[in-house]
Structures are given as structure tokens and as C-alpha cells.
Design a protein around this ligand. Structure first.
Ligand code: ARG
Length: 390
């Protein structure tokens, strides 16, 4: 038990070297691979883990749970970090860490490990989640302990140890992908003055080259969650996958952000989240139709806090749970349909309707049929402005 560790394994250089490094220190390593929609050849990666010295590989498909319980919860909350990041990476860490903990319990392991670097947010998210769910488990972060500081040194180590590693296919960027989007950093992006080159993007077409003709999509929501696309019922994974494809073709969902990391530094990262932005914009518009002013404005503040909690790795915490209670309550009437126009990088909502709409044409209209009682406006203004009358 003491020398058994479940390691979050992606199949990349860092985690493959980490398997060997742990094995060399007497650990029995179980490589845990969570499928959150990152793509990749799991069979090949499993072989790689075994060749690096893992005694066992556990692969779990978490896509459905991730989409329903993490991504859609964040969508309902309206969570966006620093105005540009829909939190794809941040949302995936608590569910992967939960998978690590559950696997450690099943395998009777006394430790879990991850391959995050010592200066990022992800180490915090993994470890805080493990601490919250299983405080007794030991946490090992090989990359914070070993004294290899460059990719070159790691490749050298992998060669020495005969780990089958694919170094030719290396992208000049650091990537992290799942169904909710991709995060791209490093390389030329490290200079915030450099415009991101087209080759940095993975999920979206260059908006300039996107079709000149608009594509329309109709999305139906029930209690804040998307349930149908173009009048066809869809599960969470299906709707996100389809919108990624349609949105990607139309160049939707690119953002470029200098962000504040939890560990105190600023970093520059670019993001793609085609389905994410289409759904976020749609959901926001539907809320505009059905939520009253006070609730809507109050919820905007909660969205900011919620995004911080997700970014900071505080998913499994009392405040996050309490806010979920509030969020779910706000979504009771958020049902209806939104039509979005996708064109050359923009996703604009052009139509919205709901059985719970608070929009009353007879109150808003400037045409005949107006039911708004203008005679009460004068009195209202007198009282409203009274404090400011000198
Ligand atoms: N900055 C993002 C976050 O902290 C993404 C981190 C991972 N990015 C990457 N390219 N590997 O959530």
C-alpha cells in the first residue's frame, strides 16, 4: 500500500518519464488515464505507460459526467475567468483528481501523483481536490522533485531508460484539450506582443477563411442546460461535439488572454472553445429574457466568484456547493430556444423565445397597442430623483 501510487497519465513526455522515475524509486505505478475528450490513441498510450514501467493502466471514459456535472454546471453559472477563459482545463482537473482518488481506493494505493509543473495552476487544482476528497492520501509531484529542468534532459532520460517516446511529433506549444476547449501556451506566445500564428490553433478555422455565408443553429435549453440542437434532442456530449465542429468551421471561439495565475504570475495563453462560446452567449441571452433585473444583476456577481472558484481549484468546497444551490434555483425558468448566427468568427444570438419570457410586447412597444401607463412615470421620477435635488 505504501509503495503503490496512482499517477494521472496523459501519455506525454512528462508523465511517461514520471512513470519511470517513480518506478525507479520503488513505486508500483498504476497509470490512470481519464478520457475527457482530449483525443489521442489510448491503445498506443497504454503501451507507452507499460513500456515506461507501469504495472497497470486504468482508462476511464469520463466525458458524459464531465459534460453534465462540470461543464454544464459552469455554463449555468455563467463562469468566465477574466472575461476570456471558459475554464476548460480548470474544470477537468477536479473530475480527473476524483477519478485518481477513486482508483487509489479500488487499488488500495496509498498515494496519487500528477505530472504538473511547479509553477502552474493545475498542481494546485489536483492537490486541493485530493486533499478535500481523501486527506489521508499522499500526493507525489515528480516534476517538482526531480532535477530535470528542460525537455532535452527529459528526452535524454527517456532514451537512457528505453521509454518509447514520440519526440518528433512535438508541437512548439503546450496544449491541454478536452470537449470544452483547448488551452495553448508557450513558444512564441510567451511574448505578449506576438500575434498568435495561425498554426497555434487546433479547433477553429481562421475566421478570414471561414464561409462567407452565415450558418444558423437553434439551441433549446431546459432549466439552463442545452437539450436540443436544431430541433433534435441531444445529450450533453453530443451537443458540445457538434457545436465544436460547426463553430470551429466558422472560426468561433478564439480568445487571447494575459491572465493572473493563482501562483502569482501573469501568463499569456490563447484558448479555443467554439461550442463553449456559442452556448455561453445563448444561455446569457435566454437569461436576459426570463430573469428579473435584480436576480440577473446579482447573478452576474456570483458568476465572477464562481469562475474564480473553478480557476482556483476549489470545486469540492463548501462555498462552491452553496453557490450551486443558488445557481440551480436561478435556472428553474431558464428554458426556451435561442437562434444563433455563426459568421466569420462571431456567434450572435438573433432570436430568443421562452414560455417564461418576462418580455411583454404591449409594455415595450412604441406602436399602437401600448399598455404602459405613462401617467405614473412622472410620479416615479419625482420620488426617484428627490435625493439629488439641491
Ligand atoms: N491557463 C489555463 C489554466 O490555468 C490552462 C493551463 C494549461 N495550459 C496548457 N497549455 N497546458 O486553467
Amino acid at each position: 500500500m505504501d509503495k503503490k501510487v496512482v499517477l494521472a497519465y496523459s501519455g506525454g513526455l512528462d508523465t511517461s518519464v514520471a512513470v519511470r522515475w517513480l518506478a525507479d524509486r520503488g513505486y508500483e505505478v498504476i497509470a490512470y488515464m481519464a478520457d475527457v475528450g482530449q483525443g489521442g490513441d489510448f491503445k498506443k498510450l497504454k503501451k507507452r505507460a507499460l513500456s515506461a514501467g507501469a504495472v497497470k493502466v486504468v482508462i476511464e471514459d469520463l466525458k458524459k459526467e464531465f459534460a453534465e456535472d462540470f461543464v454544464f454546471q459552469s455554463l449555468k453559472a455563467g463562469a468566465v475567468y477574466e472575461s476570456g477563459y471558459l475554464l476548460a482545463t480548470a474544470l477537468s482537473r477536479p473530475i480527473i483528481a476524483k477519478g485518481l482518488v477513486e482508483t487509489a481506493r479500488k487499488e488500495k494505493a496509498g498515494a496519487v501523483g500528477h505530472g504538473c509543473t511547479g509553477k502552474g495552476n493545475d498542481q494546485v487544482r489536483f492537490e486541493v481536490t485530493v486533499m478535500a476528497l481523501a486527506p489521508d492520501l499522499k500526493i507525489i509531484a515528480p516534476l517538482r522533485e526531480w532535477n530535470m529542468y528542460s525537455r532535452g534532459e527529459e528526452i535524454e532520460y527517456a532514451r537512457e531508460k528505453n521509454i518509447d517516446i514520440d519526440v518528433t511529433k512535438k508541437s512548439p506549444y503546450s496544449l491541454d484539450q478536452n470537449i470544452w476547449g483547448i488551452s495553448i501556451e508557450c513558444g512564441v506566445l510567451e511574448d505578449p506582443w506576438n500575434e498568435p500564428p495561425q498554426d497555434a490553433y487546433r479547433m477553429t478555422q481562421d475566421p478570414k477563411k471561414a464561409p462567407n455565408k452565415a450558418t444558423y443553429v437553434e439551441i433549446e435549453f431546459k432549466k439552463g442546460c442545452p437539450v436540443a440542437l436544431n430541433n433534435k434532442k441531444c445529450g450533453a456530449v453530443e451537443i458540445i461535439t457538434k457545436l465544436n465542429e460547426i463553430g470551429g468551421k466558422n472560426g468561433i471561439g478564439r480568445t487571447d488572454l494575459v491572465e493572473n495565475r493563482l501562483v502569482g504570475i501573469k501568463s499569456r495563453e490563447i484558448y479555443e472553445a467554439p461550442a463553449g462560446w456559442i452556448l455561453h452567449n445563448s444561455h446569457k441571452e435566454l437569461e436576459a429574457l426570463v430573469l428579473d433585473r435584480e436576480l440577473l444583476h446579482f447573478k452576474q456577481g456570483v458568476s465572477l466568484k464562481y469562475a474564480e472558484l473553478v480557476y482556483y481549484g476549489l470545486w469540492f468546497t463548501p462555498l462552491k456547493r452553496a453557490l450551486d444551490g443558488f445557481i440551480d434555483k436561478t435556472q428553474v425558468k431558464v428554458s426556451g430556444t435561442v437562434k444563433v448566427k455563426l459568421l466569420k468568427g462571431t456567434a450572435s444570438v438573433v432570436s430568443r423565445k421562452s414560455p417564461h419570457s418576462l418580455y411583454k410586447k404591449e409594455m415595450a412597444t412604441y406602436d399602437p397597442g401600448d399598455k404602459f401607463d405613462r401617467t405614473v412615470a412622472e410620479g416615479f421620477i419625482k420620488v426617484w430623483g428627490m435625493p439629488y435635488k439641491k
